[in-house]
Every structure is written in C-alpha cells, then in structure tokens.
Design a protein around this ligand. Structure first.
Ligand code: SAM
Ligand code: SF4
Length: 456
C-alpha cells in the first residue's frame, strides 16, 4: 500500500515513526508524501498535554471520515487508518469510543507489530487493539529509512522518574536501557550508510544503564577507564568511523557527573549542548513536582558545564501555572532562567493529565494567567537569547550544513556544536552534512548569521 505516517509530539515519536516507515517499506509498502496519494495513514500520537492528544485523535477522525466518503475528501484513496503512540496507551479500549471505525490502535512499545496489523486489516479485521506491557522491549527498534545525514537512535525506553504532572511513565512504561553493543552496532551501520550526526534518545537519558546494565561483562573494557554507563557509551560512539557528531536528549541534573563533563571535554564528536529541563525555579514547586533537585543543585549543574566551556549551550523546558504556583514561585522561575543564562527555552502551560499525582490538585492558575506567564518567559528569553548570541559575533563556528534556509533559498543553514542555527551564503555548491566553518557577523535571539571562512 501507499502509506503516510503523521507524527505528533517529541523526538521519541519521530524516531518510532521512522522505524515504522522502514518496517513498512521492508514489508513491501511504499512511502508517499501526501495524504492525496495515501491508501494507509498512521497517526503517531502524543498525550503529554491534553491539546496534543486532541490534535492526533482529531486528525484520525478526519481521515476515517475521508475513508467513509464523509467530510472533505482530504485523502480520497485512504483504505486503512491506524493510530499509534502514547494516546493509545492512555485511552486503552476507550480509543474506539472516540474513533469507532478506527482500523487499528497500537501502543508505544508495540510499533514493530504494525506491518502485521496492516495485513490483518487487509484481510478484513477492524478495531484491532495492541497495548504493550510496561517492560516490553520493542521489535524493530533498529530499523532506519536513512533519508538524511542526521538520525535519532533510541538508547533508553520509558521513564521511572514519575514527576507529579507527567503521564509519560504511564504510557511509555518502565526504563529499559538497550545493551551498549546493540547501540554501537546500530550507530556503526548508520555511519556506514552516510549518517554524520546521531542524537541519542531517552526521557532521562543520563539514567542509561541505571535500572538494567547496559554494558555486559564480556564487553571490551573502557579504554579511558570510564565506569558510568552513559559516558562510556559516548566514548564508544566517539570511536565510530565516519560519524561527525553525537547529541543526546533529555537530561536531568543528577546525571551531570564529573565523568559526563570529562566525556564532553575529551570526545570531540560530542556536541557542547545539553537540554536540561528545569520545569520551575521555585524550590517549593520543584519539591511538589518530585523533580529530586533544588534550584541550587540545578544551577550548580549548569555552572559545572559552563566552567569547562563558557560557550556551552544549555536549553530547557519550563511549566507555567502548575497547581498552586504563586506570583513569587513564578518570579523564582524567571530569576532562575536569568541566572542559568539559557540559550533557548520551551515553555509549556500546565495541563492536568489523568492518573498523574498533580491531577488530584485543583488546576487553579487561570488560563489567562498561564498565558501571561508564558509570554513573560518567552519575552525574557528573547532578550537573553540576543545577549547570549551577541557574545558569539566574531567567533568562527563549525557548522554542519542542513540545507537551504526556509526564509531565503539563496542562504543555507546548519547548526553549530551548541545546536544554534547558523545561516550563511554558500560560496559554491554544498551538500547537506558537510562541515563548514562560518564566522559570525550578526546575532539574533534564535539564529546566528555569518560568512564561510576559506580555506575551510
Ligand atoms: N523527559 C523529559 C524531562 O525529564 O523533562 C521531558 C519529557 S516531556 C515529553 C517534555 C516536556 O513536556 C517536559 O519537560 C515538561 O516541561 C512538559 N510537560 C510534561 N507534562 C506536562 C503537563 N502535564 N503539562 C504541561 N507540560 C508538561
Ligand atoms: Fe515525565 Fe519526569 Fe519522566 Fe521527564 S523525567 S518523562 S518529565 S516523569
């Protein structure tokens, strides 16, 4: 069948969708790029906030309507509609109350079953539900389509942190670290196919190897004497031929150990950027959230990273309007963001999720106040981003080229080691994935502009 996968949510979902696409192609199906052509459409859903779930379910509803010849004919050829991902696990069998004519629904750690489910639908079955167990190890995790020089690689599944507001542990199950030898083999295979940059994924990726061992007794010893599982993985991946860059996300301050900092300093392929979600700057709120660090501990982790490289980029996630968040709590978040000097920040308005601890608390910050706090933090971040980027004017950044800039096709864009977007005018033909040295001439809150330096 001609198929299309629509993806909502985080990088984990992007990665799972890519694996599903590769598995479907291996099963003889053909990937297309528009709904107008597709016979099979799969929606990969997110449930981290209520709105995210609504979007995915709404999309599925529209596709089912198209299949039945109702509504706008957005997808005139669609015959099979499936829903995958986190919302399926949250809704369970109730998914068919919202979407009675859905062909199949499959939870996050069961995506490897999709080619088989498609066969069953073609044989006439409908309303198939597959829910993974919390400890299930997915099949097909190393399937890649490889269409770019960048690739996500899942290293840690699930989450055991159980932050009070977060539904992820309920839907993505318990932590499971993939064996390091499996990850190294996958990255080697990707590099052999031309991949230059990998981003290692885990909800709390620095907990790699904590719940279950990632390194086995008969693995070769760490040449540099690393004993912590994640820095040791960075060491092994730094040695992969052909690979230029290693990124990873998301992190927790408890994982910012001396060994991690040593790995950043010793391994040139490891990018100098960390996405370190803080969520709040108020110790009272952090405690209620169950984040397991204080404001001071968080700031100490950031200081440690910047102590060895002042240009080290730190980005974050923040929640505004958590139950009981006072003006003083909010101001504490504002001041923490300033002290941490974030290079970028994603701000989320608190959304109660069924079954989480905080869902039992009154959602008492009014919507307009959440919106105001969101806007204040974003405005602060614009000023801060400008100031941080201004410091880089005149420096030469090594940029891995991604492609023509979206705004101006005569310019190309790429990212530096700190994940900052750098836009420049190429002097000659360029290929995505090529490293180019760019001298920064102009700074904006979210992008840097510069000129290529020759010789490179
Ligand atoms: N695992 C990462 C971490 O430890 O922070 C992030 C996982 S979550 C998919 C991405 C972001 O969504 C979180 O960092 C948090 O800011 C936000 N988030 C999670 N639950 C939320 C909720 N109930 N309401 C609003 N934002 C939420
Ligand atoms: Fe959710 Fe906390 Fe786990 Fe992140 S660490 S996925 S915010 S429970």
């Amino acid at each position: 069948m001609k198929f299309l996968v629509h993806t909502y949510g985080c990088q984990m979902n992007v990665r799972d969708s890519e694996a599903v696409e590769a598995l479907l192609v291996a099963a003889g199906h053909e990937k297309v790029s528009t709904e107008a052509e597709a016979e099979l459409v799969i929606v990969n859903s997110c449930t981290v906030r209520d709105m995210a779930e609504r979007k995915a379910v709404g999309k599925c509803g529209n596709l089912i309507a198209a299949k039945e010849g109702r509504g706008k004919t957005i997808a005139p050829h669609v015959k099979v509609v499936g829903l995958m991902g986190c919302a399926v696990k949250r809704m369970g069998a109730d998914v068919f109350k919202s979407l009675p004519n859905l062909d199949f629904a499959v939870g996050p750690r069961r995506f490897g079953a999709i080619p088989r489910l498609v066969e069953r639908c073609l044989a006439g079955e409908k309303r198939i539900l597959e829910l993974p167990d919390d400890d299930e190890v997915p099949t097909g995790m190393d399937a890649h389509g490889v269409t770019s020089f960048q690739c996500f690689v899942t290293v840690l599944l699930g989450c055991d942190n159980r932050c009070s507001y977060c539904i992820v542990p309920d839907v993505r199950g318990h932590e499971y670290s993939r064996p390091a030898r499996e990850v190294v083999a996958e990255v080697r295979a990707l590099a052999a196919r031309g991949v230059k940059e990998v981003c290692l994924l885990g909800q709390s990726v620095l907990r790699y190897g904590v719940r279950n061992p990632a390194w086995l007794p008969d693995d070769p010893p760490s040449p540099g004497g690393y004993v912590e599982a994640f820095p040791r993985l960075l060491e092994a991946l730094n040695a992969v031929d052909g690979l230029a860059r290693i990124r990873f996300t998301s992190a927790h301050p408890k994982g910012c150990t001396d060994e991690l900092v040593r790995a950043y300093a010793e391994f040139p392929k490891v990018c100098r950027h960390l996405h370190l979600p803080v969520q709040s700057g108020s110790d009272r709120v952090l405690k209620e959230m169950g984040r397991r660090y204080t404001r001071a501990e968080y700031l100490a982790a950031v200081a440690k990273l910047r102590a060895f490289d002042p240009e080290f980029a730190v980005t974050t996630d923040v929640i505004v309007g958590y139950p009981g968040e006072t003006e003083a709590d909010f101001e504490a978040t504002r001041s923490l963001m300033e002290e941490a000097g974030f290079d970028n920040a994603f701000v989320f308005k608190y959304s109660p999720r069924p079954g989480t601890r905080s869902a039992a608390l009154p959602d008492d910050v009014p919507t307009e106040e959440k919106e105001r706090r969101d806007q204040v933090l974003l405005a602060d971040q614009q000023v801060r981003g400008q100031a941080r980027n201004d410091r880089l004017v005149g420096t030469v950044r090594e940029v891995l080229v991604e492609g023509p800039s979206l705004r101006n096709a005569a310019r190309w864009s790429g990212r530096d080691s700190g994940n900052r977007i750098v836009v420049f005018e190429p002097k000659g033909p360029l290929v995505a994935g090529t490293p180019v040295k760019v001298r920064i001439t102009e700074a904006h809150p979210q992008i840097l502009i510069g000129l290529p330096v020759f010789p490179n």
